[in-house]
Design a protein around this ligand. Sequence first.
Ligand code: ADP
Ligand code: ADP
Length: 218
Amino acid sequence: MIELRGLTKHFGATAAVEDLSFTVQPGHVTGFLGPNGAGKSTTMRMILGLDRPTSGVALVNGKPYAELTNPLRQVGALLDARWVHPNRSARAHLQWMAASNGIPKSRVDEVLRLVGLSEVAGKQAGGFSLGMSQRLGLAGALLGDPQVLLFDEPVNGLDPEGIVWIRKFMQRLAAEGRTVLVSSHLLSEMAQTAEHLVVIGRGRLISDSTVGEFIERS
Ligand code: ADP
Ligand code: ADP
């Protein structure tokens, strides 16, 4: 589960995230909707301990990220800007991630299979298409078999097949009982992906309901 309590982040005079409180439950995909600049990435970065809140807390399974034992086993993320060494193979990249997080090497081939990259595992990640890079990012997120998964605008720039593939993958993860939070600036995309929807604007909470209820009200 993810729980935000009064989460706030100011960058100088910019209130990127302002007093945000909501919880994300397991078992269904939760969409995180808002226009560009609404504060979605900043919120996700705070959940992942990459940005420090100005005030308030973001909890994963009841604890701030910094206090999680073995964080990769509790929360995985597919963020917009991932960095993969271009000259490293997909497998080498994941092996390095596994080794630095105490995850057994055998898990690498398992996640490569889950995301459909087994065939190209030995190829340099620098030559991957966006769709393949996304799958590699996803493989990294799944390495620790975490119960909580965050996706920041995962379908941006993907072709229709790639969009459907990642949508179904997220829905399957949620159906397995995981907590899945996915951001988007498109209601149409969220309507097809998520069951629950948290909407923000200018860093503030606008709505927290089922997708159906939100569409009826708007
Ligand atoms: P979204 O992901 O919804 O597009 P962001 O979280 O990226 O929104 O940005 C929210 C606001 O915070 C924007 O006004 C953005 O310009 C600002 N912002 C984000 N990161 C920084 C940063 N590192 N320094 C200054 N301002 C930032
Ligand atoms: P498998 O049966 O593929 O060896 P498991 O027995 O560990 O894998 O998991 C059972 C189900 O969960 C399978 O559908 C598998 O694809 C899926 N699964 C396993 N680990 C993950 C993960 N980290 N993320 C998403 N799905 C996973």
